[in-house]
Design a protein around this ligand. Structure first.
Ligand SMILES: Cc1cc2nc3c(=O)[nH]c(=O)nc-3n(C[C@H](O)[C@H](O)[C@H](O)COP(=O)(O)OP(=O)(O)OC[C@H]3O[C@@H](n4cnc5c(N)ncnc54)[C@H](O)[C@@H]3O)c2cc1C
Length: 456
């Protein structure tokens, strides 16, 4: 049996953690069953956003008539675009390999527990004083043979002419938007009448209106049957009125959520426990029910975002190797949806604020105070601030409009340093940048609080 200072199962974001610990002179075993770099770099955030960058250019050209410019896209070289994307993915593992510290032994294979402290991989037994589980998630299983998940999309194998996409979350919407813009015939199948239902209701309502103008969406519809024959799917759809329709498409993609990879870890050989959804339980210091065995990132099933996974891994390093003894409490967790329209959000939805009985005000303002925003000739973009009426704390900011994912960082900075909406009013903005629209948003929120205080 080989003995290490640390064993990490899962070489996604945790590959960086392995290097960091190895630099301290510790012997680290890193176990990865697939490509280093994990979901984000190989089949998630990065390849999807590279595709979306093309979609953004295409949409701008397609919509240039709004600016009195007549344009025509002659050709979208999908082969080149897909090749470039695949070339990026091909290099991910190599890039991570080249950075591996000499104190890291990489085991390529499926790792699983024989006991709390003994791991087996490729018929070898390993043990360590500390073990970290960073095994992430996988897409939920698809119900029909030859149907894809987002894991099958990347690397992009063939370029279908038509794809039916099942789902209504951010992965389904981002892929629908990108592939539709590239000229692939897309039909999004949504079993109820909502898109992005985790977003604040005001945002998801406007998103639905705008997104439906671009993408062919069948709401309240599900697949009753799907058969793959002669390189295409024959699909039977049923809507809420029990009406049946028959369709054909080349590919069928399911983006209906992700599940824990814990099932492969043979946790029944350990005292590690899982929750009702199959995710590994941990305490506030990321420790599982087995002493010195930790779980981090998506494997813990809490936030499922690359930036939170990375943050948690840096934090675990501090806990284990820098004697930091404080539990990590995220001050705020932002996210974005890179669709057209783009969405960015941080903090609670208004519904959550209501349910929690918080005293809050809502400021909902469009972006038209900024000339640059006016120049986009889009009327829907808006910012919704939810502010604690008792102390001016920013409880949430929800945005929909171009560059929301960039714009929101200004609000995040205030929340990070000294969370008080009055800073957004006091700061000096560049005129007439789109970010300037945060000035009326904050003024409006402050006015609402002051007028409430005057009346009470
Ligand atoms: C299409 C898509 C788009 C996304 N876009 C975004 C985005 O824009 N922004 C964002 O913040 N997040 C996004 N995400 C989510 C993001 O990818 C994850 O939150 C992030 O990858 C989590 O990192 P992780 O290291 O915890 O897990 P992972 O990256 O999933 O890494 C886990 C690793 O463990 C390996 N593994 C699992 N079990 C075993 C085992 N038993 N033995 C050995 N190895 C094992 C896996 O092969 C994998 O490499 C997206 C995800 C998808 C699918």
């Amino acid at each position: 049996m080989k003995t290490y200072d640390l064993i990490i199962i899962g070489g996604g974001r945790a590959a960086n953690l392995a290097n960091k610990v190895a630099k301290l002179g510790k012997k680290v075993a890193l176990i990865e069953k697939s490509s280093l770099g994990g979901t984000c770099a190989n089949r998630g955030c990065v390849p999807s956003k590279l595709l979306i960058s093309y979609a953004d250019v295409i949409r701008n050209i397609e919509e240039s008539s709004r600016h009195y410019i007549k344009s025509n896209i002659e050709k979208i070289d999908k082969e080149k675009i897909f090749k470039e994307n695949n070339d990026f993915i091909k290099k991910v593992d190599e890039k991570y390999m080249s950075k591996l510290n000499e104190n890291v032994d990489l085991y390529r294979g499926l790792g699983f527990f024989l006991s709390n402290k003994i791991i087996e991989v490729n018929n070898q037994k390993l043990t360590a004083s500390k073990i970290i589980i960073a095994t992430g998630t996988s897409p939920k299983e698809v119900p029909y043979k030859n149907a894809w998940t987002s894991d099958d999309i990347f690397p992009l194998k063939k370029i279908p002419k038509s794809i039916f996409i099942v789902g209504s979350g951010f992965i389904a919407c981002e892929l629908a938007n990108a592939l539709d813009a590239l000229g692939i015939k897309i039909k999004l199948l949504v079993r109820n009448d909502k898109l992005l239902s985790n977003e604040d209701e005001d945002i998801s309502k406007v998103f639905k209106e705008e997104f439906s103008k671009k993408i062919d969406i069948a709401f309240n519809t599900s697949i009753k049957d799907a058969k793959y024959e002669n390189e295409s799917f024959n699909i039977v759809l049923e809507n809420k009125n029990k009406e049946i329709s028959n369709h054909t498409c080349e590919s069928l993609l399911y983006a209906i959520g992700r599940e824990s990879n814990a099932k492969d870890l043979e946790l029944e050989n350990t005292s590690i426990q899982i929750d009702d959804r199959g995710f590994i339980k941990r305490d506030k210091f990321f420790e599982t029910n087995a002493e010195d065995v930790y779980v981090v990132g998506d494997a813990a099933g809490e936030y499922m975002l690359q930036h939170t996974a990375a943050y948690e891994m840096n934090y675990l390093y501090k806990l284990l190797y820098e004697e930091e003894k404080k539990a990590l409490k995220f001050k705020y967790i932002p996210h974005a949806v890179f669709t057209d329209p783009e969405i960015a959000s941080v903090g609670m939805t208004e519904r959550e604020a209501k349910e929690k009985g918080i005293n809050y005000v809502v400021s909902k303002t469009d972006w038209l105070a900024s000339a640059k925003a006016q120049g986009t000739k889009l009327e829907y973009p808006f910012t919704k601030l939810i502010i604690n009426r008792d102390n001016y704390e920013i409880l949430a900011c929800h945005m929909i409009g171009p560059q929301s994912s960039t714009m929101i960082h200004q609000v995040l900075t205030v929340m990070h340093i000294d969370n008080d909406v009055r800073h957004l009013k006091e700061m000096l903005y560049i005129h007439p940048a789109i970010s300037e629209s945060l000035l009326p948003a904050s003024i409006n929120a402050i006015k609402k609080i002051e007028s409430f205080n005057e009346k009470n």
